[in-house]
Design a protein around this ligand. Structure first.
Ligand code: FES
Ligand code: FES
Length: 154
């Protein structure tokens, strides 16, 4: 039995603890914001937070979340009001959107760690999140806008 908290709610899972967390979130809990891209920690489409830190859910077994807190894009804010989400909407970052939940979760984790990141910090943090539509310029601008919105205190 794995006990974990997902988006503020305690969950008990008595299936295979080696199941990828991404499968559990999408198929068992129905939280389909986190996407499956590569399944090998190479694209970032499945990025979630484990105890507030960005993680690749496709290569993380459910057992790794025992006693810990998982946040998905559905739980980042109650109503889309997280400064990163607001900045994304304002600058119309998404194109097809497939990679964007992962991008937002990665960016939110970066800002928790570094409230005023430089371009180099942003590039280093976001390098593992691929976007086939090439929205990288807007992503970087949106991260800077999110910093402005919080006055550097995200
Ligand atoms: S699906 Fe997890 S990193 Fe690509
Ligand atoms: S917006 Fe299409 S893959 Fe990133």
């Amino acid at each position: 039995m794995v006990t974990l908290t997902v988006n503020g709610r305690e969950q008990r899972f008595d299936g295979n603890p080696e199941m990828p967390l991404l499968w559990y979130l999408r198929d068992v809990l129905g939280l389909t914001g986190s996407k499956y891209g590569c399944g090998m920690a190479l694209c970032g489409a499945c990025t979630i937070h484990l105890d507030g830190v960005a993680m690749r859910a496709c290569v993380t077994p459910v057992s790794a979340a025992q006693g810990r807190t998982v946040t998905t894009i559905e739980g980042l804010s109650a109503d889309g009001s997280h400064p990163v989400q607001q900045a994304w909407t304002e600058l119309n970052v998404a194109q097809c959107g497939y990679c964007q939940c992962g991008q937002i979760m990665q960016a939110a984790s970066l800002l928790k760690d570094k409230p005023k990141p430089s371009d180099a910090d942003i590039d280093a943090a976001m390098v593992g999140n691929l976007c086939r539509c090439g929205t990288y310029t807007r992503i970087r601008a949106a991260i800077h806008l999110a910093v402005e919105k919080t006055g550097g205190g995200a």
